[in-house]
Design a protein around this ligand. Sequence first.
Ligand SMILES: Cc1cc2nc3c(=O)[nH]c(=O)nc-3n(C[C@H](O)[C@H](O)[C@H](O)COP(=O)(O)OP(=O)(O)OC[C@H]3O[C@@H](n4cnc5c(N)ncnc54)[C@H](O)[C@@H]3O)c2cc1C
Length: 530
Amino acid sequence: MGNAFSLVRLALTEFLDNLRTFQTLQDRIQRSPGLPLPNPSRSFWSYPPSPIATHVSQLPAHADFVIIGSGITGTAHADGHNVTVLVLEARDACSGATGRNGGHISPPLYHDYPSLKRDHGQAVAQKMIKFRLAHLQELRSAAEQEGILAESQWREVESVDVFYDSDLFEKAKAKVQKYKADLPFEAEHHQVHEAHEAIEKFRLAPDTLGCISSSAGAIHPYQFVTGILAKLLSRYPDTFSLCTNTPCTSISPPTSNTPYYTLSTPRGIITTPHVIHATNGWASTLLEKLRAKIVPFRGNMSAQRPGQSLPIPQSTTHRSFIFYTRAIGYDYLTQLPTGEHELMLGGGFAQDGDEGYEAMGNTDDTSYSKRIGAHLSGVLPQYFGEDNWGKESVLMDEGEDAGEWAEGRVKALWSGILGISVDLIPWVGRLPRVVSGRNEPPLSSVVKSEKEEEGESVHVGAPPGEWIAAGYTGEGMVHAWLSGKALAEMVLGREVEGGLGEWFPDMMRVTEKRWKKAKAENLLDALNDD
Ligand SMILES: Cc1cc2nc3c(=O)[nH]c(=O)nc-3n(C[C@H](O)[C@H](O)[C@H](O)COP(=O)(O)OP(=O)(O)OC[C@H]3O[C@@H](n4cnc5c(N)ncnc54)[C@H](O)[C@@H]3O)c2cc1C
């Protein structure tokens, strides 16, 4: 009896523990993300700072479009041609997730194709895969058009998924088969490498069970985005404004006196018929109804000196790795093509012993998780094998970098806030009133075309409203750019001309039905399901 009683007590304790964790999690995801905190941890990408890092244009009284957020989404949407555009940024330019991420342009492909197909049908799943894949060349051509290809460090890489668990590897191989059967063209670069070949070819540790390789890309996200913002500022000095360190603190709906939205900032107020929310993990600060739909999540990153025996560049400047050590969570690695060829290692999700609960709803990017930091700092020789890693590297003469970073293997550790979509699909489009929670301005306040200014009454914009592109769940570099572009076409009322029907996956649109259905409780099931 004593024994049975202990078992009941144990079960009860576990049940209560789970309940408490569940309650804590519920509380965290329901609360406001707040405004981005001042003094974020120092991202290696954002050094040296861009010349426009702290740019403050004169705050206009009115703009045709106000974009809140200067990351990759806000920048994709930004323009100044024939319309007045203001970008409001709470901190320095590109200081959110984009300036703090892993730099991978690695679309999830075989990884979630089977579940996309099951949940949305084959045609929709394939459109999503093609949309993600298109980002590789779209980011390249954007960088090329703006003349910043070299500084953006855009490059094609061989992407290598590494497995240590036979169950995970077998499941991944089965998914590759399904992906190849339905999308043979898109899957042509996918190859399975069993243990011996994988260890030899990619110079990995002896406990590697196998790899799946395909092609992907890598980029310097901060230089890409700030490079484009700088070009826009010089190309459209009269119509494009960027106010950094100017948070939008509230949005008021139109009144009988003001037929526009009124946005408040510490520098003053601005009116506009179109508000574009490009705030990703912070979206639900200004959009309360998106709480527990787009949930902030703190990710951790590091920049590390490679071991001396890793061939430099370990051909890894043209390779990226994802290390799958367990069912949920992974570590991801790229290598910089310049400087000390730093290894940019991120992840550690679910390596911190509490299954990532600490990261969920956490918007404090002024520090990083010590446990994940310790994991990231120690794990690289284990992934490549001690022999392949060799001695620790010797500090180079860092020139103008001298004294900027730590001197050991790990030069920098930092964190960033990403936005998890609870149905794992990004949210893009006009916000229905039930989601924005605010009335829309009257139709007469839409942006006017040149023709209209000349006396002809032709509206070029969509009816006024609030718009969003956010919730990329850790894969912003393969969703955000074209989401921002699609959103621009929607706001300008050019969906047909922009061919959105052909390339934009409608499943990402924000609808009342989807909003009602998206539930945080289903997130874990969906993740386990994959
Ligand atoms: C550590 C980490 C690693 C990642 N690695 C990768 C990767 O390798 N590949 C990949 O595809 N994706 C990665 N991601 C995800 C990717 O970085 C994001 O999905 C993407 O950058 C989101 O871009 P965004 O422009 O929508 O948001 P952000 O870049 O976060 O920009 C939002 C901006 O809005 C500003 N803002 C917020 N609230 C306000 C306000 N009220 N007023 C004014 N401004 C405001 C913020 O300061 C911020 O600058 C990673 C994310 C993190 C955090």
